[in-house]
Structure formats: C-alpha cells, structure tokens
Design a protein around this ligand. Structure first.
Ligand code: NAD
Length: 354
C-alpha cells in the first residue's frame, strides 16, 4: 500500500426520490428564512417548484444563470440578493446554475444549498470557474464547497437523453482522472470505480428508456461519486484539454468531455497500466481493454465523437495545442507538443481512440 492523504469534504448529502420535499427541513435545520432561488431561463419551472415546496417563503427567484459563470450575471444576482434581503442561496440545475450559487456564496458568505439536475458534479467540488472579459479563470477554496446537496432523482427525469449521455460521460471523466491523480487514495479509488460502474450500466439504459426511474437513480448515484472524486483530488490532461477547448473555442461542456475522454486515456495508457486494468474491469464489454470498453459505451450512447461538429475549426488545432501546453496540469505521461497536437486533431476529427 502506498502512503496517502485523504481529505473528506465536509458537505451534507440527501439522496433519493422525492427528496426535494425535505428542503423545508434542511432550511430550518440551518435556521434560514429567506433563500434566493437560482436557475437558468430553461429551468424556471424547477425554481417555481422550489418556491412551492417552501410555501413561498423565499427572498426571490433569479433565473439568469448561464454557462461559464460570467461575472456580470453574478453582479446582477448579487444586487438582487441584497435588495431582497436574502440570507442564503438555493441553486437548482446543472453546473451553470451551481456555478452562480458558488459565485454568490463565496462573495457574501451566504450558505449554499444545491439541488443538482445533471451529472456534471459541481455540487461536490470546492472549485469555481468564472468568466470576465472573455477569460475563464478557475479557483479552488474550501469555502466554495456547497454546505448541503439534495439529490432528487425525480428532477433528472426531464434531462433530455442526449444531454444525460454526455453529462454522464463528463462524470465518468472525473472518476477516470481521479484514478491516476498524483494525490489519489484508496477511498477515492473505490468511489471512482463504483461511480464508473454505475454510470456505464445506467447511461445506455437511459438512452433507450429516458423514463426509467431505476436507471436515472443509478446514474445520479454514480454522478455523486464521480463529483466527489473531482472535488477531492487533482485533475490532469483530460480536464486541461476540456478547459482549453471549452474556454477558448466556446465548445459545449459535456459534449467536449465526451469527445476528449477516450483520447486522453489513450494518451496516458502507456504510463498507467494498473489503472487501465481497473478501468477495463469497471467497463462492461471491454474484453480487458479499457479503451475498447469506452468506445463500445460511447457507441451505445449515440454521442458525437468529433468537436468539429460543435464548430471548432481545423486551423484552431495548433492554437489549442499551444494553450493546452501552457500552465499544464500534472499528468502521468509528460505533456509534449507533437503528441498533444495529434490528440487534439483526432478529437477534432472524431476519430476512434485506440
Ligand atoms: P448546464 O448547467 O449548463 O445545463 C445545460 C442545460 O440543461 C441548461 O439549459 C439547463 O437549464 C438544462 N437542464 C439542466 N438540468 C435539466 C433537467 N433535469 N431537465 C431539463 N433541463 C435541464 O450544464 P452542465 O453540464 O451541468 O454544467 C456545465 C457548467 O458547469 C460548465 O460551465 C462547467 O464549467 C461547470 N462545471 C463546473 C464544475 C466545478 O466543479 N466547478 C464541475 C462540472 C461542471
């Protein structure tokens, strides 16, 4: 057994079906009186449901959360929170809404309750990425970690199957990088493998039958575990590439993770033989080959494989490689220009990883 350090993050998790009904209990447990409810414009009805569950006892609803947490939206929400006398924030939605909740909470110290409705995992991390003047900057601070997370599988039933598939692969990517993180540890390894197993079995079922409650529940459980991994240990080349491609070329978050993951694993494979074995064991139909197992899974999920389909231009490949190499994250295989450029070219073209 190698030496390790393990820092559990001190959040409270309530998981199940119908758990949104436990929100009033959580609010009174924290002695809160006036939460500000946050959502995207697409999830106003979810925000209204929160208001109903709290019998109208809220400071207000702010429905302008958007991707990449722009600071001008945060400023507007902060002004509204102050004007309404909010004493806490409740974010209901995916990573975009949770990002806004984190941005308000870290600036004001207001308690943050998260109700995630995708599999992106932000609710379990002390990480916040914000955009100002077209630049996305990420920071990590224990105070960013939401205090309470309510997972209610019923709220995920409306997540379209294509979004469920890519969001689920986004979660798997967190667990994969946790397996080979420099500061990984046995607990995180167990969570990562269990999370991958749960998602790899649930996601194809969701794509076939989006209203399967049992598959949705298993996927959300997997997402929780994978998000915990992301929140506990470091990220490597996969996340660096996704941040580069998403942030610099405005590519969609979960879809980019999905296109990059098999290639990032293939890049690292020669340096992580033990992880490749564990990963192969966790993926069904792998025949002992993790990359094959992942390719089979992505085929079942009917996802797009190339980021050219999301608007990235071929001439941007060189720029992406340069950005990916600047301030590179630690990675089990040294990050070198020529093979990284080739990796990005394959991701751009949507070639199968080998
Ligand atoms: P998202 O939050 O942008 O959601 C995508 C769309 O789906 C939105 O329109 C949303 O309203 C809608 N939606 C979400 N749940 C739904 C549901 N159940 N039913 C119907 N519609 C629903 O997407 P995301 O992938 O969850 O989050 C991406 C953002 O989160 C990115 O900005 C990314 O950087 C950030 N993120 C941050 C962390 C972190 O730890 N800081 C982790 C993961 C993602």
């Amino acid at each position: 057994m190698d030496n390790f350090e393990y820092n559990p993050n001190p959040g409270r998790v309530v998981f199940g079906s119908g758990t949104l009904q436990k929100l009033p209990e959580e609010i009174s447990r924290l002695q809160l009186k006036a939460p500000l409810v946050l959502s995207t414009p697409q999830q106003v009805s979810h925000a209204e449901t929160v208001k109903d569950v709290l019998k109208g006892q809220i400071a207000g609803i702010f429905t302008e959360a958007t991707m990449h947490t722009p600071t001008d939206v945060t400023d507007k929400a902060l002004e509204y929170a102050k004007a309404q006398g909010a004493d806490s924030v409740i974010s209901i939605g995916g990573g975009s809404t949770i990002g806004l909740g984190k941005a308000i909470s870290i600036r004001t110290g207001l308690p943050h309750i998260c109700i995630p409705t995708t599999y992106a995992g932000s609710e379990m991390t002390p990480i916040l990425g914000e955009t100002a003047n077209g630049l996305k900057k990420t920071r990590s601070d224990p105070k960013i970690l939401p205090g309470t997370v309510i997972y209610d599988v019923d709220l995920t039933m409306t997540l379209p199957s294509a979004m469920s598939a890519t969001s689920g692969v986004n979660a798997i990517a967190h667990a994969v990088e946790a397996l080979y993180a420099r500061n990984t540890n046995p607990i995180i390894n167990m969570m990562a493998l269990e999370g991958i197993r749960a998602l790899a079995s649930a996601l194809p079922e969701i794509v076939e039958n989006p209203s399967s409650q049992s598959a949705r529940s298993k996927a959300l459980y997997g997402a929780w575990l994978c998000g915990t991994c992301l929140g506990s240990v470091g990220m490597s080349i996969h996340h660096k590439l996704c941040h580069t491609l998403g942030g610099s070329f405005n590519l969609p978050h979960a879809e980019t993770h999905t296109a990059v993951l098999p290639h990032a694993i293939s890049y690292n494979a020669p340096n992580i033989p033990e992880v490749m074995k564990k990963l192969a064991d966790a993926l069904p139909d792998s025949n002992g080959d993790a990359i094959h197992g992942l390719n089979v899974l992505l085929t079942k999920l009917k996802v797009k494989r190339g980021v050219k389909d999301f608007g990235m231009k071929e001439e941007d490949i060189d720029k992406a490689a340069d950005i990916a190499l600047s301030n590179a994250y630690w990675n089990p295989r040294p990050v070198e220009h020529a093979p990284i450029r080739e990796l990005i070219r394959r991701v751009w073209a949507g070639e199968l990883a080998q």
